[in-house]
Each structure stands twice: as C-alpha cells, then as structure tokens.
Design a protein around this ligand. Sequence first.
Ligand code: AMP
Length: 423
Amino acid sequence: MKLRAVKGMHDILPDEIGRWHRLEAAFRAMASRHGYEEVRTPICEPTALFVRSIGEATDVVEKEMYSFQRHDDELTLRPEGTAGAARAYLEHTVHARQAVARWYYLGPMFRGERPARGRQRQFHQAGCEIYGDAGPACDAEMIDMLVGFLRELGVGEVDVLINSLGSGDTRARYRDALVAHLSPRRDELSEESRRRLEKNPLRILDSKSPRDQELCADAPTVLDVLADDDRAHFDALRRYLDALGTPYRVDPRLVRGLDYYTRTLFELRGAGGELGAQNALGGGGRYDGMIAELGGPATPAIGFALGLERLLLAMSPDAPVSAPLAYLVPLGDPGAVACLVLAKELRAHGVAAIVDGRGGKLKAMMSRAEQRQATLTVLVGDGELERGVVTVKTMATHAQEELPRALAARVLADRLASTERQH
Ligand code: AMP
C-alpha cells in the first residue's frame, strides 16, 4: 500500500514556507500593534465544547468534525479556534483578573469538508478575540484592522460585508418570521433547505441554490426586526467605520455558518482571481452569549478568523517568497575556512548564510546558489585571500565587486537589510 497524506491535508514544504512565515509574522505584528496577546490552546477538545458553542444543527457539528474516543473521553480535533479560546478564558478565570482581554491565535483547524481549491480538511486560521468589551467601538476597530491587514498583504479588491443578528430574542423572532415566509413555499425549496426549515432556517439564506435564493429575495431581513438597542449598536458601528474610512456594505442576509453569533457579524471576500469559488477570506462577529452558555459570567465577546491558505492565494504574487540569503562559495581549502568564518559573522549580523560544503567546480556551486534562490553569493579563493578581499556577486543583476574581507559582514548585512525593507 502506498502511504500518502490524508485527503484534504497538505504538506507545506520548505520551498513554500517563506511565504507562510511572512504571513504569520505580519499577522503577529498587526495583532500586537492592536494590543492582542497570543494564546495557544490544545488542538483537541471535548466534543461537547464544540456541540455546545458552535450549535448542534450547524454543518460543522453535523457532518464535519473529526471526533474520536480515547480513554473514555469523547474528543474532537478543533474545527475553529473560538470555542477552545473561550474554554481557556473561562477555565483560567481570566475575567476575574482582567476587565478586557485581547487574545490572538494561529494554527491548524480540521473540518471534514469536500476538498477543493481553497478548501482543505486541515487548514490554518489566524484569529483574534476580545472579551469583556460590548462594543461597538471595538467592533469597528477590529473590522478596520482586518481591512488594513489585507491591504498590507497586497490582497487586491476586498468586499467587506456587515450585518447584525441582534441579541436576546431577536434571532428567535426573526426565525419565526422567516419560517412564516418560507413555509408556504416549502415544496419549492431544495431538499437541504427543507430540512433546514425545521432545524436551522437562518442557514437557508446561505443556500447556493438559485431557486432558494429567489425564494429568499423578498423574505423579511433580520434588520427589519432589530430591537432598539441592537439597532443603536449597529448604527454606531456604521458611524465609526465611516469615521475610520473603512469601506463596507450592509448585507442583511449575511448569517455565517456558526450558531453562536449575536449582533455584529462581518465577512471579508476576495474578488476572485486565484481564489475561485472559495472567496471568503475571513469573518467573524460578536458572541455575547457564549461565555455564559459555557457556564461563566455574562461576558460580551467578539472575534474573527482568517483562512491562511486563502490569504496566500489572494496575496500579491510579488510578495517576496523568502528572506535574503547569502551563499558562500569557497574555492579550495583555505577558502573554505574563510567562508565558514564569514558565514558565522554574517549570521551574527542577522543574515541567513549557507556555505557550499560540497565544493567542486565553480559552475556547480553557482548553480546550487541559484537553486537556493540566494540573494548574493560570496566567492573566496586564493586570489581573494592574498588580497584580503572577497568577491560578491548580486544574483539578480549579475553585478560583481570586491569588498575588503574585514568589512564584508557588516556591509553585506546592511545591504541585505535594506533590500528586505524595500518589500
Ligand atoms: P469560519 O471559521 O467558518 O468563520 O471561517 C473563517 C475562514 O477560515 C474562512 O473565511 C476561510 O478563509 C477559512 N476556512 C474555513 N474553512 C476552511 C477550509 N475547509 N479550508 C480552508 N479554509 C477554510
């Protein structure tokens, strides 16, 4: 039997990892600039946690979870990050020490969906959560931060959709209104939507079937049944976004797949390109009821998750794929000694450096430098040693020059740092 990676789960090989590192570093930098701190929770949680927080009648819980039993415990590989973070927040009574907590996370998630471009069974998310602030100022800041982040990554056009699901019994009232609207046309709905009519009617608004969409077109929207305080919250969010100059569009049919949302809801969609049909780059919303639902004190909360694979598809292809690298080419044994020492000096200056230890012909070493996508190569042979210099070749331009050996590490480190800053 041929052993292969599990369907829908992918290796990320070293030649792709540079873009991942850059994306992750940019995310961490953005999150820290906004006062978020990293949390790392287990990738596996009690199944009941996801059933309770995500909701029994959602696609994720009904059909996509990787669940198993071990030592009498029912466990599930996390399909998303919010539930585990909320569990940790509660378990460590963070609310008792910190009025407002801002957390971020990065890591793999697991959903047994049908694999497609931009849709895997193991995929990676980066997300943020704020506990203890009922918004709407922090809602606006979060959406604005995301829009700014996508811009920084060079993701072209992004559609920002927002909606409010209200709070308290709004959802139940809206559910009733929607069921009342759709029930007389029940027979015209798709089979999936007929099933949802009983279990989770809001999800019918998400249906991809054109007939379902037609039937929903003149359905009442959740914004029609918002209570006064929810409407005031939503209006303030819009005012803040306007003040920040954040583009958005109100989409009263945006519901998103998970049951825990209340009030603010948002989604960012890429405008196609490499993304194809899987164009939701990320999204999130408020879940003011979840902490109490899990047994804690009433704590307002909001969060989002970005899909990293989709961001990589949507990011500008010009984004550099790897950090600058110096490739050292020794010609003969004394040259090898000089290269080893110079590589050590370069690394001490923060530059990635590799010495070609295989030796052999210059041409072979230069082609290995090219394979490694080196930014520059440094040649040291007998002639260079005699003159106290090194020969530096810039790979992109093929320009060649000599630098005094004693200054080489510092000069090259400065030069590489400035090429990196230009990106
Ligand atoms: P969600 O947790 O469902 O709100 O999803 C947030 C983001 O995670 C989506 O917008 C996608 O970018 C990404 N995502 C969700 N499911 C998958 C998947 N199966 N494969 C790849 N990315 C996903």
